[in-house]
Ligand binder design. Structure first.
Ligand code: NOJ
Length: 740
């Protein structure tokens, strides 16, 4: 009898826990929705930015349930202020729904990594994931829940200032690196205190701004949208990204924040995304400027029906949703669906269980392990473009010159608002530590844009005392990033003149370029003995540069964007089409700026080579590699099969170095024309001098497809070329066919 009682009790407990376990997030979301008034629902759809700390007006808004999210909310280290807002939401609003704090944690928080374009040049997804993890740990300790990253726009235009925030021109690479960032930000468990909800932005096509002018119109045929601009966003969904941000641009006449096709049909319909979409800053309201909405009410209507859940900065939802429902233009059900997506993410993030920050974890901010990640990322982001053999430098007397050689703020690059300037180690500081009295420093010009030559004399004096000049040129921080596009992408200010004056000294010269975009600098690279492209390398840019320059490590970065010879070649990218009259070898080597007689009627320029200055995938090391013995497991593969492609790579130089082996394919004939090359795989391999390794790629037929005339994904049988190479222009070539 006793036993039976005990058994019954156990059964009850089990049943109880089963019942409890069955309360899913979806149940919680719909229970909560049932309790909410329409005003409270609309409140969840509003993201606000408190102008300054606490004020009674703001407190009242939170209390009344009219705020779903806060943007920025305080500067860094203000986690207690964020807690205060949260206490009001959780303890003083009717339903106690927690706020979600969003902020731009783009390439680090207080510890700053290289700008994303530089990070992408590492081709190191593992390191990029680690970097995003690091950023999340720091930001979460400061009370942030949600980052507006990763930015996974594809761009083929270095005039566009926001190229700095991208992973470059390639959809395959961006998909892999963007997914790594999502994993890094969100961590293994989103409810963990140190995880941030990630945000895939800017959806979509923003990087195709006409003329590279930020916010400009985009025209993207659906096939190109699906083949080039959408894959990285789909990859983010597959990686579990919690949120999306709708972009500023209009796509084929329909602004991204009112675009039902991209936000509902593709994102939710085809990809089954069940997180929420936040508009970019006032991008909903700007649909009036686009000429797509005549007033704010229409803005609210078009955004909510298209699929934007939350309005970032703007009043359209706050002022008009209720009326739109009252007039029967939209249903309350639609609002419920939009709010459900927001609540779902708040539950997934665990905000209802742990709304407050407890101040723990803050010792990780700028910790030595974080600085080490920033250091490693800076080393791996550097791309060696030229080396006559001068690098690595032996210990000698060095003249370190240039506006970026000792500019901590600029070195952090755009979107580093929370970055700790005081923690930045510049090349001057790092070289000084190594060289002591053998370092002669002069800025030459103070800021990259300065045109004055007052500092030249001091620079020439420094050069006169030294054996080698290391000249650090580039762009100051404010020349790239949002709304910072350039029509000229040369070195600004008097930098060319400074370089020319230093060339005159006849001293060997290493040029380092820190910039937010690919620049054109042919005149300088012609005269320099070595050129290292460093983008904006972040907090540890100085020590990482010293490691490279003095040969502690070999540079290993590879470009993720084609560098034009001149701005007139833009857009220039490796995965272009062949055209009906492709350029021929004789069209190579056309001197810049001097029209030659057209030698043949091909798709080329008369006054500059048609090829890029440096191709996608390009980068040197201190060693040399030989590729041989390309092998394919079969001459043909089934349309649902796979093929193994291998090659041997030998380090034939004197230095241990990292090679990035790249797998490209070309579909020779298609029902629509195909690019001359497409990246389909890559591997980073470390090789000691004399060491040989075989790299192996598994090429799946499914990955060889494209969107056909009907815009559906298709893999077509036929002939393909395949390369394992060291950049988009050079490699071992093989061929195979895909058969039904
Ligand atoms: C506008 C930018 O386009 C976007 O990337 C950013 O996340 C928001 N402002 C918030 O700062």
């Amino acid at each position: 009898m006793k036993k039976t009682k005990h058994q019954a009790l156990c059964m009850l407990l089990l049943l109880g826990s089963l019942l409890q376990a069955e309360v899913t997030i979806e149940d919680k979301v719909s229970d909560l929705l049932d309790k909410m008034t329409l005003q409270e629902k609309i409140g969840q759809m509003i993201q606000r930015m408190p102008a300054s700390g606490m004020n009674s007006e703001f407190i009242d808004l939170i209390k009344s349930g009219s705020v779903g999210s806060l943007l920025n909310a305080g500067t860094n280290n203000q986690w207690q202020l964020r807690n205060q807002f949260q206490h009001i939401a959780v303890e003083q609003s009717r339903l106690g729904i927690p706020l979600i704090y969003g902020r731009d944690v783009i390439h680090g928080y207080q510890t700053i990594l290289p700008i994303p374009l530089g990070l992408s040049c590492t081709w190191n997804a593992e390191l990029i994931e680690k970097g995003a993890r690091m950023a999340a740990i720091e930001a979460a300790a400061d009370g942030i829940h949600w980052t507006f990253a990763p930015m996974i726009d594809i761009t083929r235009d270095p005039r566009w200032g926001r190229i700095a925030e991208t992973c470059g021109e390639d959809p395959y690479l961006t998909s892999i690196l963007g997914a790594a960032m999502v994993r890094g930000f969100q961590g293994e468990i989103l409810t963990a205190a140190d995880a941030l909800v990630a945000c895939a932005k800017h959806y979509v096509g923003y990087g195709a701004a006409e003329g590279g002018r930020d916010y400009n119109t985009t025209w993207i045929p659906e096939r190109q949208l699906r083949d080039v601009f959408l894959p990285s966003f789909h990859a983010a969904v597959m990686a579990g990204v919690g949120t999306f941000m709708s972009a500023f641009n209009d796509i084929n006449g329909v602004p991204a924040s009112g675009n039902e096709f991209t936000l509902s049909q593709i994102l939710r319909g085809e990809w089954k995304f069940d997180g929420f979409v936040v508009s970019d800053w006032a991008s909903m309201h700007q649909m009036i400027n686009h000429g797509f909405c005549q007033d704010e009410k229409e803005v609210a209507f078009k955004s909510v029906t298209a699929g934007v859940n939350m309005e970032m900065v703007g009043n359209a939802y706050e002022r008009h949703l209720e009326q739109l429902i009252a007039e029967g233009k939209i249903s309350e059900k639609l609002v419920d669906a939009r709010v459900a997506d927001i609540l779902r993410i708040k539950y997934r993030k665990g905000l209802f269980d742990r709304p407050y920050n407890d101040g723990r974890g803050r010792d990780a901010i700028l910790s030595s392990s974080h600085l080490q990640i920033a250091h490693q990322a800076a080393v791996q982001s550097a791309v060696l473009l030229k080396n006559d053999g001068i690098l690595p430098l032996k210990k000698c007397r060095i003249a370190l010159i240039g506006p970026l050689a000792d500019s901590p703020f600029d070195q952090m690059g755009c979107w580093s608002g929370d970055g700790a300037v005081s923690a930045v180690v510049t090349p001057k500081a790092a070289f000084g530590e190594r060289l002591g009295a053998n370092l002669y420093y002069a800025s030459g010009i103070k800021k990259s844009r300065d045109i004055g030559r007052e500092g030249f004399a001091e620079a020439l004096q420094a050069a006169a005392k030294a054996d080698v000049i290391v000249l650090v040129l580039g762009e100051e921080q404010s020349l790239s990033g949002e709304a910072h596009s350039r029509a000229f992408i040369n070195l600004p200010g008097a930098q060319n003149e400074l370089a020319a004056a230093l060339v005159e000294t006849g001293k060997p010269m290493v040029v380092v370029i820190m910039a937010g975009r690919p620049l054109t600098f042919q005149n300088i690279s012609e005269h320099a003995d070595a050129v290292l492209y460093y983008f904006h390398p972040g907090t540890m840019g100085g020590p990482a540069l010293a490691d490279i320059i003095f040969g502690d490590v070999s540079p290993c970065g590879r470009l993720t964007v084609s560098f034009p010879r001149t701005v007139g070649q833009i857009p220039i990218y490796y995965a272009h089409k062949n055209t009906g009259r492709p350029p021929v070898p004789q069209s190579l080597g056309i001197p810049m700026g001097t029209p030659v007689d057209p030698r043949e009627d091909t798709s080329k320029y008369m006054d500059v080579d048609y090829t890029p200055e440096y191709p996608f995938g390009y980068g040197l090391t201190y060693s040399s590699f030989v590729y041989e013995n390309l092998r394919l497991s079969a001459p043909a593969m089934k349309i649902d099969g796979e093929l193994i492609v291998t090659a041997e790579i030998t380090n034939t130089g004197q230095f241990p170095a990292t090679e990035v082996a790249q797998l490209y394919i070309r579909d020779l004939f298609g029902s629509v024309t195909r690019p001359v090359k497409e990246l389909k795989g890559f591997q980073r391999i470390n090789l000691n001098p004399g060491e040989k390794k075989r790299v192996t790629f598994v090429l799946k037929a499914h990955d060889l497809g494209f969107h056909g005339l009907d815009h559906h994904y298709v893999v077509e049988p036929g002939a393909f070329h395949v390369w394992i190479g060291w950049n988009a222009e050079q490699g071992l070539q093989g061929e195979f066919t895909v058969v039904e």
